[in-house]
Structures are given as C-alpha cells and as structure tokens.
Design a protein around this ligand. Structure first.
Ligand code: BGC
Length: 736
C-alpha cells in the first residue's frame, strides 16, 4: 500500500526499485557520505565536498554557485546523486516577514502560510531545496532567546502555525520548482531548558512531554513535514541526538515518520561534551543507531572519502534505511530529473507584491496592550508628533534569523513621514539602546512641550534575541525605562511602541503609560505597519501568544498551568466555577497558604490572549447542539457543536480573535486550568454580527497519560469562548 513520504508524495514501487538498485551499487563510504551536511562557506571547499559524494550542503549564496555544486555532484561522482541544499529560511529569504513569535500573535495561520510560500519561492529560485524551519518548540520561558523563533507558549497554536508553515514551504507538490523541504525542529522539549538558558538540560515527565512538547511535532508529521531536526538538549538524561526512544521508537515507529531526521549544528559532536560519548566515532555510532539520518557538521566521512565508522559499528540495515530516506526525498524533489535552477530567474530582491504581503502580515501581528485614554489612533490632522527612543531611527526590524542578504528594513521615522504626511514630525533619540545619556533625555523631555503627542519607540535589539541569547533580566535594556518615565512626567499624551522578540517585563513603567502598542520585530514592512496603526489606517487585532510576566522571577509562567492543590483564588464563585485569579489578572487573596509569591500581585502583567482594538466586540451566549455525548459516540467521530454570536459593538471595523478554551473538571491527571482547543480571527464592520461555530471532538477532549496512552475520560468539561482569558461566555458539556 502507498504510504506518504513527505507532503503528499506517495511511496511508489517504481522509485523504490530505482533506489534499491542505486543503494546496491554504493560502497559503505558513499552511503555514509550521503548521511551528512557540512558547513563550507567557500565555494571551492563545497565543490570538494560535492566531489566526495556528500549528501547535503549549506546554500552557497546564489543559483549560479548552487548549479555548479549540483553539476559537480551529478557529473563528477560515480552515482551522480544530486545534493540537498539547506538553509535556515525562517521568516523570509529576501522579503522578511514578522518573526515567528509575532506571526503567532496574528492568530491567523494564513500569515505563516504566506510567509512560507513566498520564502519558498524566493529561496528555491536560488537553488535552496531544504529549510530548517519551522521551529515548533513550545516556549514558556521568555528568558530563552529562542522564543522568538517559535509560536509561543501554547501547544495548539504551535501545532496549527507549524503545519501552516510546512504546507507553505512544501507547496502543492515537492516536485514543483518552488517547493522546498520543511524541517520541524528541535525534537524535542528544547523550550524547557532549565532556567531558560540556551542548550541547558531538560527533564520532563512523560505526560508533559506528550501533551505539551510533542503535540506540535505530531501535527508537523501529520502535515507532511519531510524532515525533523534533533534538539541539542537531553531528555531524561539522554541527549536527543542519541535518543533512540524519541527518534526511532516514537517518531519513526509510533508516528510512522518516513522522512529524514537531521542533527542540529554539531549536535553529534556535542555528545562528547554531554558526557555520553567517548569520542567522535562513538558519538556518530550512537546517533545513527538511535535513528539520526543526517549529521550536521560533516564528520561522518572526510573530503577524501575516509569514513569514521566501519561496517559493523552501525548495522547495515540502519545505514541503508537512512540512505533510502535521503534518496527518497531527492526523488520527491525531482532533483534526479533536474537539480538546476535558471540563474536568470533567481529572486534577489522583494517585489511590490511580496512587500505588500509582508506589510499585511506585519499589520496582523500588532497587539494593542493598553489604550487607556484612547491616545491611539492619532487621527487629527496637522498633529505635532514627537518621536523619541532608540527605535525611532533604528532599522533593526528584521528580527533574529535573517540572512545578511535579506532586504534591509527602513526606520519608523521614515515610515511615519511616508504614511502620515500631514503630521509635523520631530525625531529625538532620547537614549541609546544600552547607554543612558542625560543630555539626550533632557533634550527629548524639553521637546515634548512643543508637541501634541509623543510616540516612544523602545525595545530590545534583535541581537539580544534568538539562539544563544538568553536573558536573566527581561526589562527594557539601557535607559529606556527612564525615558518612558521622563516622558510620562511631562503630562503630555503619549504612546509607547515596543519592538522586541520576547515578552518583556514592563512593571517599572506600565502604569504611567496610557497606551502601549506591541510591535515585535515585524520584518521588512514592520515600520510601515506601525505607522499605519498609529494613524488609524490599520486597527490592531493581534493577541499575545505568550504571557508577559510582572517580573523576571515569575517565569516560567503560562496560562495553561495546572491548578495545584492550593491555587491562589478569590472566593467569589461564578456559576459554580472558582475564579482563577492567576488567569484573571491583578488582585490578591487573604489566604496565605496558597500558591503565589508574597511580593507580587497574582497573575501576569498581560495574559496570553490579551490584546485590544480601536473598536469593541461583544459575544452572545454559547449555543450547544447537544450537551451530552457518550464516549463511544465521540470516539466514532461525533462532536460537540458550539455556536456563538460575535458582534462588532464599536464604531469602526476591526478584527476579533476568538479563543476557545476547555477545562476538564475532574481527570485522573491534574489538568490545565484552561487549554486552548480552537481559535479564529474575524473581520467585522461596525455593527456587524457573525455566528461562529466550533467543534470539539475526540482529539480535543483527551490527554496523554504517563504510560504514553491517549485517554479520553468521561465527565464534565467547561467550555469558555471569548476574546481572551477573561469574561468569557461559558458552558459545560458532558461525556458519559
Ligand atoms: C540551530 C538550528 C539551525 C542550525 C543550522 C543551529 O545552531 O540550533 O536551529 O537550523 O544551527 O543553521
């Protein structure tokens, strides 16, 4: 029977026969050479690798150079096997889209889909056929710099956005010239690095591993991800690169993954430092035996064809299996037919069309955190606007994981000039990113007097985000908090715009700022999107995909925590539900012996799902078709159908993100107080109402137990539907 290999490519007997013939003619060294990808920035060095029969290389920076490498592989090696050509195309190649965390804030998977499709077209035109993206590591600790690369703290959001990226990269068919292989990474639980310190140890229970960290990978495999990357970290003491329970038993056997498992950069070599391998040969042997197919680093076979492992170090069945997986993907990409790309058609710059797509994406990712006095939007004409802060004239908008050749972004000051031509704009720095400068501060403050409104553009430079960029202190760096407080002291209306790649701690100034717009690192068109939101041409509709803590010591903090035996709650009861203050925001409790910090108000600064709009929305009651279902019927495919009316109750059009959470009231394992099971984003005109429908079925109401079994237990499930975690419409459904 045909089994999908990747995307919607089915295994074919004809291709298998060709592969078997090829495999039978390969030597041990030639096979192992296929099982590595090496970094060699110089084209001449990469050509030596290609001549040596290597399976994969990093992209040599142009279609022409890639063609040269492919020609070397095709014409100067005994078997003429084309190359996989990999690159981290994470949120854009030439046209940079918002960082993935910002994309998640859109709660619109089409944003991720558009990024991936355009990225694939641009990258493939230059000969890239493999991206190391998406990262679907659930991230609950903002100290970890890599939170910027993924889709935030929620498992379902990571699953949905990861799948959207994979489909976008891989396109309709992998054989199309504009399709590239996707890679779900980092397998697995990398986001739970202790202390949020990159590469640190991960120790995780089976149920948390299954319910939280593995689910987005399962969704990625279901979406047809061609490759999966092993994580740097250990899981229960065993580094992922050499973890046979994860790579073979779970990923390949239990889930039936037919694609390629690639190592992370030097992840195999790192087994020596981890202290589980005695030397490189040992590390390679353990990794391949555990189920790794391609080593990243190029350590398996040297340029002159000497293999570090001998036959017998790893079983020939395992090596053949890995080589088959690599060759199958090369077939699926149609590289054996044509590995070359027309250099004249290489995309080397964004087009008007891709810029527009990037701008529309950026606009959807903006989150209005506060707008107390309705400072935004700035709609009056002839406004005297003072723009201050280190992000006023910075072009650091592309965010982490962009390549040096990505088209640079402009500045916010330039975009305001272009998008809001009738404002009278003055620009002052106010402070540097890292240095406090009293003279700059005094200049900004004295200028404030001559202006109607001040926009304070602050943030965290992208160099502080991404890999190896963990932070222990989540506040704005340098003198930026001081700048905000000084502007607040002028008594002038002002809006803070934050550009950052992780949740930041804002407690030192948040109460003094009436209006705060979260603008992340939104990519090439980020500044234009922000200018359009400030002036009301765009109505922000994004929501936080990660909790913003009150203090760096409050992390990890996430909305879907278990209740504990002593939850900190207020005693008020709402329709028999104890209100969970940890969800509901500030407010303290008199009960001392409950789970909380004595020196912090309960709950986060801004909860997961928080976000305002220039208009307002209202929800009706939840209508349930059938409140009770038998477990067996649910297993057979019956669902709870829930309908709710959503209205735009304000006076302008806008987007509402609707979130559906469940809570399993009594279960054999302590369950999260809320679990997101569905979301949607709806555009409504002023006064418009739409009926939203959601289905909850077998895969929504169960959980993985500590034996690794998926269980659905009878009982009552609360369903909460609304625009965030607070004040939601709710109902109860029953499974009997
Ligand atoms: C990162 C991966 C990336 C790889 C290749 C590593 O350091 O952890 O996410 O894909 O480098 O660039």
């Amino acid at each position: 029977m045909a089994t999908p290999i990747a995307g919607n490519v089915q295994r074919s007997e004809a291709v298998e026969a060709v592969l078997e013939e090829l495999l039978a003619s390969m030597t041990w060294e030639q096979k192992l050479a296929q099982l590595q990808i090496a970094f060699r920035p110089r084209l001449e060095d990469a050509k030596d690798l290609a001549r040596g029969g290597i399976g994969a290389v990093f992209w040599p920076r142009s279609a022409e150079a890639t063609n040269e490498l492919q020609r070397t592989a095709r014409e100067e090696t005994p078997h003429g096997i084309p190359l996989l050509v990999g690159l981290d195309v994470v949120h854009g190649q030439r046209t940079t889209f918002p960082v993935p965390l910002a994309q998640a804030a859109s709660f619109d998977p089409a944003v991720a889909g558009a990024d991936a499709r355009i990225s694939a077209k641009e990258a493939a035109s230059g000969g890239v056929n493999w991206t190391f993206s998406p990262m679907v590591d659930v991230s609950r600790d903002p100290r970890w710099g890599r939170v910027v690369e993924g889709f935030g703290e929620d498992t379902h959001v990571n699953s949905v956005f990861g799948a959207a990226k994979i489909r976008g990269y891989q396109g309709e068919s992998l054989a199309n010239e504009d399709s590239i292989l996707a890679c779900a990474k980092h397998f697995v639980a990398y986001g739970q690095a202790e202390g949020g310190r990159d590469y640190n140890t991960v120790d995780v229970s089976v149920q948390r591993l299954r319910n939280v960290y593995l689910e987005p990978f399962r969704a990625a495999v279901e979406a047809g991800a061609a490759t999966v990357m092993a994580a740097f970290n250990t899981v229960s003491g065993r580094p992922a690169h050499a973890n046979g329970n994860l790579l073979t038993e779970l990923l390949k056997e239990e889930w039936g993954f037919e694609g390629v498992v690639v190592g992370d950069a030097d992840g195999v070599v790192n087994l020596i430092e981890h202290g589980v391998a005695a030397n490189l040969g040992d590390a390679l042997q353990q990794s391949y035996a555990a189920g790794l197919d391609v080593e990243m680093g190029g350590n398996a076979v040297s340029v002159d064809g000497v293999a570090l492992l001998s036959p017998g170090d790893v079983s020939s069945e395992r090596v053949d299996d890995a080589v088959r997986r690599v060759l199958r993907l090369k077939h699926a990409l149609a590289l054996f037919d044509n590995p070359y790309r027309d250099a004249a058609l290489e995309v080397t710059a964004p087009s008007a069309e891709t810029r527009l797509a990037a701008r529309e994406a950026a606009e959807k990712c903006l989150v209005l955190l506060k707008n107390d006095d309705g400072v935004l939007p700035l709609v009056a004409s002839r406004l005297r606007v003072l723009l201050v802060g280190p992000y006023a004239e910075s072009n650091d908008h592309l965010g982490a994981w962009v390549q040096s050749f990505a088209e640079p972004a402009g500045t916010l000051a330039d975009s305001i000039q272009a998008e809001c031509p009738d404002w009278s704009l003055t620009v002052k720095e106010g402070t540097g990113f890292f240095q406090e400068d009293p003279a700059l501060l005094a200049d900004a403050v004295s200028s404030a007097e001559q202006h109607d409104v001040i926009v304070v553009a602050v943030g965290e430079p992208s160099s502080l985000t991404g890999e190896a960029s963990s932070r222990s202190d989540l506040r704005l760096p340098g003198g930026q908090e001081e700048l905000i407080r000084a502007i607040a002291g002028t008594g002038k209306p002002f809006a803070v715009v934050m550009f950052n790649g992780r949740p930041l701690v804002t407690s030192a100034w948040i109460d003094s700022a009436p209006t705060v717009l979260e603008a992340w690192h939104l990519g090439l068109e980020g500044p234009a999107a922000v200018a359009r939101a400030l002036s009301g041409q765009v109505n922000p509709g994004g929501r936080l995909p990660m909790t913003f803590p009150r203090s760096s010591s409050q992390v990890p903090i996430h909305y879907d925590h278990e209740n504990t035996g002593r939850p900190a709650t207020v005693s008020a009861r709402m329709d028999e539900d104890v209100v969970d203050v940890a969800l509901m925001g500030p407010g303290n409790t008199d009960d001392r012996y409950t789970s909380k910090y004595r020196d912090l108000p309960l709950g986060p600064q801004f909860a997961f799902g928080h976000g305002l709009s220039y208009t307002s929305f209202g929800y009706g009651q939840i209508q349930v078709e059938k409140e009770e279902l038998a477990l067996e019927d649910l297993r057979e495919g019956r669902v709870f159908r829930l309908d709710i009316a959503l209205s735009n109750t304000g006076d302008r059009s806008g987007d509402e993100v609707t979130l559906l959470f469940i809570r399993d009231r009594v279960a054999s394992l302590a369950q999260p107080v809320r679990r997101l099971r569905a979301f949607s984003r709806t555009t409504l005109d002023a006064g418009q109402t739409e009926l939203l429908s959601f289905d909850l079925g077998w895969s929504d109401l169960g959980f993985w137990d500590n034996q690794g079994r998926y269980v659905v237990e009878p009982g009552e499930f609360e369903v909460h539907i609304g625009g965030g975690l607070e004040n939601n419409a709710h109902t109860v459904v029953r499974l009997t």
